[in-house]
Design a protein around this ligand. Sequence first.
Ligand code: BGC
Length: 767
Amino acid sequence: MKNSFSFIACLCIAVLVVSAGCRHENTACEDAQMRVYIDRLMAQMTLEEKLGQLNLPVTGNIVTGAARESNVAEDIRRGRVGGLFNLKGVKPIREVQRIAVEESRLGIPLLFGMDVIHGYETVFPIPLALACSWDMDAIEQSARIAAREATADGICWTFSPMVDVSHDGRWGRISEGSGEDPYLGSRVAEAMVHGYQGTSLADSATMMACVKHFALYGLVEAGREYNNVYPDDFHAFNEYMRPYKAAIDAGAGSVMAAFNTIHGIPATGNRWLLNDLLREQWGFRGFVVSDYTALEELQENGVCASLEQSAIQCLDAGLDMDMVSNGLVSLADAVRGGRCSMQQVDAACRRMLEAKYQLGLFDDPYRYCDTTLRNSVILSDTHRAVARRIAGESMVLLKNDNRLLPLSKRGTIALIGPLADTRPNMSGTWAVAAVPEHYKTVREGLQDALQGTGARLLYAKGANLMYDAQAEAIATMFGREMRDPRSAEAMRAEAMNIARQADVIIAAMGEASEMSGECSSRVNIEMPDAQRDLLVELAKLGKPIVLVHFAGRPTVLNWETDHLPAILESWFCGSESADAIADVLFGDVNPSGKLVVQLPRHVGQYPFSYRQYRTSRPNTGGGFGKFSTCYADVCSHPLYPFGYGLSYTQFEYTNFFLTDSIMPLDGKVEAHVTVTNTGERTGAEIVQLYIGDRVAKGVRPYKELRGFERLTLQPGESREVVFTLDADLMGYYEPYNLTWTLEPGEIEVMVGANSRDTQMLLLNVKQ
Ligand code: BGC
């Protein structure tokens, strides 16, 4: 169809090119070409067809929200649909695209979106785990592979990256983000966008990213899903906004508005957020989509009395595409009646068409629908090998007394726990394209690793996830059911029996995958009761126990830390988890992941972050101190700090120095530190740089991450790491006017292996 316009478009461009003098400005010329093309197309569109482009109705074979009736095919023929989401499979997608292209009046192709959050059929670690690798190349590569697989199956738009910073482990969706730090979150956001979009969306193996949930969703009060958020602007900008901006600066093509309100107005209908900040201040040029039914939910928020009013408010705010509510698509009467602006409809329609143009859909609507590609691309050996490597990098070794790990491949090993032999739970939450029958369970992974070694692997489930069957049903929805009908006593007896025969016990325990993710907020984040009771009994045997812990969030591991010699935080590491767990347990891979959320001692500490802002009446030790900021009944420090993680080798930090102790405001100083692998195995270390601004107009955290480097060192090898410090790196959004600033004064510059164990030097910033 594009061809029918191309001659005229070329003529116009020739004129534009000459008159605008943009002969050497490729992007400007491409933009002009796109503008001419879309102008011509829009000139032929009726009001209803324009509104149709703004419509993203419910469809597909994947459930991520409340089900709705819809006659999608008929709506597509009438030009009333702009895109579809969560329809899986290149054949059905191709057929639906055919209806749009061949049976609608103007043949405008559809966008096909999906929640490709951490991989497609090759599933990578949940985003919280992936970030624990601190490996930006690996993260980018995971997104690149996700795009390669998804685009081979008809998808050209992903609802990722999710960059909501969260300081609250009660919130189930903490699993979907990169943890609690805005600096690290920004680096991950950039890597994900680059991974999905590559260098050009015109490449049919890349897809458009959608940064979400704009904005501040990670702040839901008390960690309760869909709750309100109450940030002040100073903290919003310093703590939460930076990763969204980083994703946009990296070129993310679309943005998803959050469910929550900001300044008392739902994000989906918030003009300050979507227009003033996002478009005018940050210069975003892509389109904004609502979250699932968020537009109509303005009525539940009590800010609009009808669907029409909600749609008018959202369009006016800057929303371009309406997921599921059918609000924007129904605005024709409002436009004709003068209640809604035609210019705004045109602007939104143009942005939707621009996205389709950039994705090359007007050149070839079937460019993501090559039905011969899927088999060679999806779940390929190469993709799985990369996913296995990245899974190994994402796990965090929390404890390893007396070097219990790595285990040797001999003797008798008892594998016990409800997570030990469950296929559907391996990929973790929000893996909507996963095909669990292709993935191994931990039991199978260990069995394969021990093949031919003579070591004996015994297995018993030992316990259900929890005693309460109803609570377990909630925790294992979406096909993750794992309830065992046997009594708790019978299951425990079986486990104790094999444990008695074993030299070492591996306990695969923790959360099931749907205990985190959307609408999985919890106030009890300790080891579920049935599993804890089993662990207590196992510990009484006095045998070495390794806990392979599954979780989609930070959890409270006090008892486990006090009673078990080794704990591997394995999160949910995707389709290759089982092999990757075996790699780490048996030492084929040396663990290197470090926490991107600190682990609390009690759920009552939330919201909780290592980025503790200076308070009056500080308390340094974490214990009780009358009239200091503390708890009377629990240490206020974390159990495991941000940035923490062990290795099978050891690293030493020496020779830390600054190239100058004074830095002019517009100058630069380098921080140098030498890191040496003093152990006997090759290992990767994540060297972290923190700063603490001692005096500034706005209150600053004691410590905040401003740099990191991941390096692999051979035994005995040393490497010098250099961080360049300047105003850009060390600044913050100052109070009231929220401009990025560095003020003169003393700054603590700290380096170390985690946020707690650092060395410090003072840098004096002078006017
Ligand atoms: C979630 C989004 C997701 C959308 C579509 C919503 O419930 O909040 O993150 O992209 O569903 O599945």
